[in-house]
Design a protein around this ligand. Structure first.
Ligand SMILES: Cc1cc2nc3c(=O)[nH]c(=O)nc-3n(C[C@H](O)[C@H](O)[C@H](O)COP(=O)(O)OP(=O)(O)OC[C@H]3O[C@@H](n4cnc5c(N)ncnc54)[C@H](O)[C@@H]3O)c2cc1C
Length: 429
């Protein structure tokens, strides 16, 4: 059997960062990626939170192929025929060290693959790992394309569904209830049109999240990110709820209807469809994480369950990068000790805790339960709009003061026992 020191399964963000971290220390590392180039099969909404990452391999990020720094944040609630938007434009969002950037995976992953290759990693594309090779409990390599390749440590960074690791019993098989499914289009628009539509200075970007009618009462939401010369528009919904509605609703209908909604149509007008994709995303939270290490292997990125949807922030890419970094450190420690047993690789958990990964997952502990509450997606967007419409109304009854109008509206829409319960349940989000 051919042997290398380390195999990485998956040339996504987690796998490529792990490979880069190992190769720059002189480790012989091979990445197996089933797509015909890194990023070919990878889908994201499109925003990477950078601030937590700057300390990880700082030499990497300066020439990263970002699209735009996000300078304007918008949250739009769609309901009862209305759209209510909360908008924040702040110099502190962008400035010299922007909080987040929009990105495109096809470009970003190839760029990272080039960095890993330049550091000495071997990135093999068009190569699916078919099976993990075992010696008892220990993972000793992979079978891919009819060949067997052995390794001291295999880093499994295969992404959300974890079919390889699940098949080998290293984690549970995926359940629809712990996942959402996202549909996304890339729509090309000239840069100037994007800047005018979202009122941006040249080169700046916007991130707009949507709740309410876009998911037809199901848990989830919509997103819109501005790239340099395109926008990424998509819908993410609970996989389980989508499945129970499959008789009456085709999944692609949600995105088509979203694009046609009166409030969205002007945003996409004149755009050319360039790409369509669909992908799962993990939403099980910290309580559903598998054990991320064992004899001869580590799980990194979304294969280890590191993804968070906390309503106003969707994160997975920064967690993938940081866990890839921690996996490389753990494999290096095992190499230095000449020991890749489960006990030696357990150091990975400590490295993960030292990053923001486990703190972020811990902070999101209450999210999966809170977002099960469908009222958040079906009732409140309309209620907020009705309350505000009271402020702007001019008719025969509009003689009430602003305070009376607010109180009357709040009593009608929000002073209900269910709302108070919902607020209480959201305190942990
Ligand atoms: C619609 C949607 C919107 C999202 N929006 C955001 C967002 O705005 N911001 C954010 O931070 N996160 C977002 N996420 C989550 C984020 O995209 C993921 O968490 C992140 O991409 C996970 O990275 P990864 O490296 O772990 O896995 P992936 O990027 O999925 O990479 C896994 C790689 O492994 C390869 N692979 C799988 N199996 C094999 C095999 N057997 N052999 C060889 N190769 C294999 C795949 O081809 C892929 O290249 C979103 C996700 C979705 C679906």
């Amino acid at each position: 059997m051919e042997k290398v020191e380390c195999i990485v399964v998956g040339g996504g963000l987690a796998g490529l960062v792990a490979a880069y971290g190992l190769a720059r220390e002189g480790v012989e590392v091979m990445v197996l990626e089933r797509g015909n180039y890194a990023g070919a099969k990878n889908v994201t909404g499109g925003r990477l939170y950078m601030r937590p990452l700057r300390r990880i391999y700082p030499e990497l990020w300066d020439d990263m192929p970002f699209e735009r720094p996000v300078a304007r944040e918008l949250i739009t609630m769609l309901g009862d025929g209305a759209a209510t938007t909360v908008e924040l434009a702040s110099e502190r969002l962008s400035g010299p060290s922007p909080q987040s950037y929009t990105i495109q995976r096809a470009k970003l992953d190839q760029w990272l693959a080039d960095k890993a290759t330049a550091a000495g990693a071997m990135v093999v594309t068009d190569m699916k790992a078919d099976e993990l090779l075992r010696d008892g409990e220990r993972v000793i390599g992979v079978r891919a394309g009819g060949d067997e390749v052995g390794a001291e440590v295999t880093i499994i960074a295969e992404g959300v569904l974890g079919l390889l690791s699940g098949g080998a019993g290293l984690r549970e098989q995926p359940r629809a209830a712990d996942h959402a499914v996202g549909f996304k289009e890339i729509i090309e628009l000239p840069p100037g049109v994007i800047e005018d539509r979202w009122r941006l200075n040249e080169g700046e970007g916007a991130a707009q999240l949507f709740m309410g009618d876009v998911t037809r009462g199901m848990t989830g939401g919509g997103f819109l990110y501005t790239n340099r010369a395109s926008i990424a528009l998509g819908v993410v919904v609970s996989m389980e709820q989508m499945r129970t509605r499959s008789d009456e609703l085709e999944s692609w209908e949600l995105l088509d209807a979203f694009k046609e909604a009166a409030q969205i149509k002007p945003l996409v007008r004149g755009g050319e469809l360039a790409e369509y994709s669909a992908h799962a995303v993990f939403e099980g939270g910290i309580d559903k994480l598998p054990r991320s290490y064992g004899a001869g292997y580590l799980l990194a990125g979304e294969a280890a369950g590191f993804a968070l949807n906390a309503l106003v922030t969707v994160r997975g890419m920064d967690l993938a990068i940081a866990s890839g970094w921690a996996a490389a450190r753990a494999a290096l420690a095992a190499r230095a000790a000449g020991d890749s047993s489960a006990a030696a690789l357990a150091v990975y958990e400590r490295f993960l805790r030292e990053t923001f990964v486990m703190r972020a997952m811990e902070a999101g502990r209450g999210v999966p339960r809170a977002i099960e509450n469908r009222r958040l997606f079906s009732e409140y967007p309309g209620a907020v709009a009705r309350l505000l419409e009271g402020f702007f109304a001019v008719d025969d009854e509009s003689s009430a003061t602003l305070v009376r109008t607010s109180l009357r509206g709040a009593r009608r829409e929000f002073l209900k026992i269910d709302t108070l319960k919902d607020l209480w349940s959201l305190r942990k989000v």
